[in-house]
Every structure is written in structure tokens, then in C-alpha cells.
Design a binder for this molecule. Structure first.
Ligand SMILES: [Zn+2]
Length: 478
């Protein structure tokens, strides 16, 4: 009978499962690099459409300026505008040594990222939660000596568009949530940015890639289901910026700084140009006015500002890392230094007011309302939303929960919700005890029958010993 009691307890525990902590919801933040807000309008996207029906869709979201990858992703992680978090460019640079590091190498420059603003992983962990990150910009760095508990950085020459790898990574992240009980994970996909750059945002190649992203969204939601996470996992899918077609051809007046009268690279101590439509210049001592006066108004599609005179809406001036002269081009144009060296058909990095720079936004999960389309909002507001879902105190940030709170079913502790939880638990308790009762009846009948039949004890033992391991496992997971 003692063995029967143990089996009953195991069985009941298996049916009931561990006690649910409904107040603590999980959050998965996903970025599909360069997914413009309207990419689903000219392609069949059944999975993105279903996600909108099951959750919330924003018409678009507004990224911070400068609309390039690392700075805008760090805004998602911190809720701060770029001039406030200080990751002002994809490239680390040193104006004295002239050294520059590209996007990938910059991931490993701690000082570039660990610059006063804490990403949400660290804040969550300091408040008792567990966080992870896969390939998300900023993952490789440590912050005040801490990193995300589980982190995976892509290898140097990673194939960002391999769909099989996307699926493997998705299952890996869902495994982190289920098996390591992580509360927050950020996950990054490098497309459709790469395809948008290479072929342009209006190309058939981009449309094909959006279909791949849509399949990935379906796979992500199915994987969450398979891992038993849908009751607690909120999935937010967005991007860092959009994409715009670069104008080329005989009729296009390209911006080439060296050709501008009165401008000379002789006056420049350090420059960051040939990087899409944005640029920064550090003039040599005493040459700032000369450089500024030469460039200002020199090209109808080139904007030239001293950093302290930057238009307020860009919020890109008030940081020591920003160089004294900031340049950007109108949609369709890129800024070349000595001669044209840029051949991408699509670019980003333009003014964040431009519709082409706006990313998409979807959210689904137990916290989110269903079939709700909301007005555009700035991506700085995603951070306080995520902190709210996780139940953690946010760091100082530039977002406001009031902007996104209407997307949520409740604040998370309303009487109805508590009632709902308690009914759910009672139901499971009832099922558990019914099952246990049924088992006790069967066990009683079996014990009595075996005694009546007087089966030899050794045969029964032998048959139990010879049971395959699989059956044992099955018994404990009834
Ligand atoms: Zn990007």
C-alpha cells in the first residue's frame, strides 16, 4: 500500500503540475532587422495577420534617430534616446588614432556599450529574474560587470538568412524559457535588412524574404505552443528601422563631399562618411566654421548641422561621442566622401520622421488584448511596457507606460484576473483529485484481485523488473 500511496502522490503531482505563478509573465522581444512597417502590404503574410488577430498591431512605430542598427536596438533594450544611451553608431571609432571598428567587432567593445545605461537583462536580473539574449545587438558586452544569464553571440561570418538556423534558434530560445525558466529573452534576426540593402525594398527578393519572416513568425508561435508556454509568454515582434530605395542614374545629383566647392578633407581631423545617408565630421582646430560654411546649403538634399544646433526632434546632439558636424541626406540619397563607393539599392539612417524609416510592431500573449490596431508610437515606449509585463522597476528612461498600456488586457492584478486564475487552479485541483480517486479505486481492485488469485510474488516482481525504462517514465508523467 505504501508503494501505491507514493504512486498516487506522483500521479497527482503530474496532473496538477507545479503551482503556476500567473503574476510573473514572461516576455520574448524579437527584432527582424529592417522590417519596414508596410512590408506586409504587398506580400501574403498569413502568420503576421493571424498574430494581429490574436494580439495587437501598431500601424507603425517610430525609431530614434540615428536610424541604424546598434543605436536603435539599444533604445529597445534601455528605453532611452540615442543621445542619452550613448551607443551613437554601429561603428566604434577613435578620432585620435583614426581607428574604426565595423558593426560586428564593435559588439565586443565593452566601453562602447557599457556607457551608463543598463539594458533590461541586467535590471531584470538584479530584481531576481532570469534573462537571456540570442544575437541581439549588445549581447556580447558586459554592463557594470554583468551579462545576460544566458547569451549567444553569432559567429564572425554568420549566415543571417538561413531559415533552418532560424528554426533551431527559435526552439533553443523556447527551451531556455521552459527548461531554464528564463523570464525575458531578446532575439535577433538579421533579415529582411540584408536583402533590403542588396536588392532594394521594392524588389521581388525583398518580398520573398518577407514570406520567410512570416513563416518564421508562424514557427515561433508554434514552438511556443509546443513548449507549453502560451499561457505565460508574451511575444513582441518589431524592428530597428525601415528601408528606402537609393536613387541612382544619370539624372541623380549624387552627394560627393570632395566635389563641394570650398570643402576640403585637409580641414578634417576625422570623418565618418560613406555610411549610407548619415555622416559626422570632426574639423581640425580652427576649421569648424570653414567646413560648416562650405557644406551648409551646398547640396539641395544634404542637411548640415553643428551638433549643438541639431533639430530638437532628432534628439541626436547632446552626447560627447557625437562629432561637431552632423550630416544627413534626404530620402534616396547617400553621402559619399572622396568618390562614390556605396552601391546598396536600399538604405536606412534617414530622418526618423520619414515613413520609410518606420518599423512594424506586433504583440501577442496573455497580457495583450486581441484584434487591436493601435496608433503609431515611439519605440522608446517598448522598454517600460516590457518592465511592466515582467513586474520590475525600470531604470530612468525616455518612454512612458501610458503610451502602450491600453494594449493590455488588465494591469495584471484586477479582481477578475485573480478570480480567473483561482478558478483555473481549482479546476486543475478537481481534475487532479478525481484522477487520484480513480487510481485509488483501480489500485484497491488490483490489490484485492491479486490476493484472491494468489499470484506467485516472484513472478510479479520479475515482470516489474523486466518492464522497459520507457514505461517507468510514462508512469511518472501521467
Ligand atoms: Zn538594422
Amino acid at each position: 500500500m505504501f508503494r501505491t500511496a507514493i504512486l498516487c502522490t506522483l500521479w497527482a503531482a503530474a496532473v496538477l503540475g507545479p503551482p503556476l505563478n500567473k503574476d510573473r509573465q514572461k516576455v520574448l522581444l524579437i527584432s527582424f532587422d529592417g522590417f519596414r512597417w508596410d512590408y506586409d502590404l504587398d506580400v501574403d503574410t498569413p502568420n503576421l495577420d493571424q498574430m494581429a488577430k490574436d494580439g495587437v498591431k501598431a500601424l507603425y512605430v517610430t525609431p530614434p534617430y540615428l536610424t541604424i542598427t546598434s543605436p536603435t536596438h539599444f533604445t529597445l533594450l534601455t528605453g532611452r534616446y540615442i543621445e542619452n544611451h550613448g551607443v551613437i553608431h554601429n561603428m566604434w571609432f577613435n578620432t585620435t588614432t583614426q581607428e574604426k571598428k565595423q558593426y560586428y567587432q564593435t559588439q565586443f567593445v565593452n566601453a562602447w556599450w557599457d556607457n551608463g545605461s543598463l539594458p533590461i537583462w541586467i535590471t531584470a536580473q538584479r530584481q531576481g529574474l532570469k534573462a537571456g539574449s540570442l544575437h541581439f545587438p549588445g549581447t556580447a558586452s558586459s554592463y557594470q560587470g554583468e551579462t545576460a544569464l544566458v547569451q549567444e553571440v553569432e559567429p564572425r561570418f554568420h549566415d543571417y538568412k538561413n531559415e533552418t538556423t532560424w528554426q533551431e534558434n527559435t526552439d533553443k530560445v523556447m527551451g531556455w524559457f521552459r527548461d531554464q525558466d528564463l523570464d525575458f529573452v531578446s532575439m535577433y534576426f538579421g533579415e529582411p535588412d540584408g536583402t533590403g540593402h542588396k536588392y532594394g525594398p521594392d524588389s521581388p527578393e525583398r518580398r520573398e524574404m518577407v514570406k520567410q519572416v512570416d513563416r518564421a513568425v508562424g514557427y515561433i508561435r508554434a514552438s511556443a505552443q509546443r513548449h507549453g508556454l502560451v499561457d505565460r509568454l508574451n511575444i513582441i515582434i518589431t524592428a530597428d528601422h525601415g528601408m528606402s530605395t537609393v536613387k541612382r542614374g544619370p539624372g541623380v545629383d549624387e552627394i560627393i563631399l570632395s566635389k563641394i566647392p570650398g570643402f576640403s578633407f585637409q580641414d578634417i581631423a576625422f570623418h565618418l562618411v560613406d555610411y549610407g545617408p548619415s555622416g559626422m565630421l570632426l574639423p581640425k582646430p580652427g576649421r569648424l566654421e570653414t567646413v560648416y560654411n562650405a557644406l551648409k546649403g551646398a547640396h539641395p538634399h544634404l542637411h548640415v548641422y553643428k551638433k549643438e544646433e541639431m533639430p530638437a526632434h532628432l534628439k541626436f546632439g547632446n552626447n560627447d561621442r557625437i562629432l561637431p558636424i552632423v550630416l544627413w541626406a534626404d530620402l534616396g540619397y547617400v553621402i559619399n566622401g572622396y568618390f562614390p563607393v556605396q552601391f546598396n539599392k536600399g538604405e536606412h539612417g534617414f530622418d526618423n520622421k520619414e515613413l520609410d524609416m518606420k518599423p512594424f510592431f506586433r504583440a501577442v500573449g496573455p497580457a495583450f488584448r486581441q484584434n487591436l490596431v493601435v496608433a503609431p508610437f515611439e519605440t522608446v515606449n517598448i522598454y517600460p511596457l516590457m518592465c511592466h509585463l515582467l513586474g520590475i522597476e525600470p531604470e530612468v528612461n525616455d518612454g512612458h507606460l501610458s503610451v502602450t498600456k491600453h494594449m493590455l488586457v488588465t494591469s495584471g492584478s484586477s479582481p477578475e484576473e485573480r478570480e480567473g486564475d483561482s478558478w483555473g487552479y481549482q479546476k486543475r485541483l478537481f481534475i487532479g483529485f478525481s484522477a487520484m480517486g480513480g487510481f485509488l479505486v483501480i489500485a484497491f481492485v488490483a490489490t484485492v484481485s491479486s490476493k484472491l488469485l494468489k499470484k506467485p510474488k516472484n513472478k510479479r516482481s520479475k515482470s516489474l523488473e523486466s518492464l522497459p525504462e520507457k514505461v517507468d517514465i510514462k508512469q511518472t508523467t501521467l
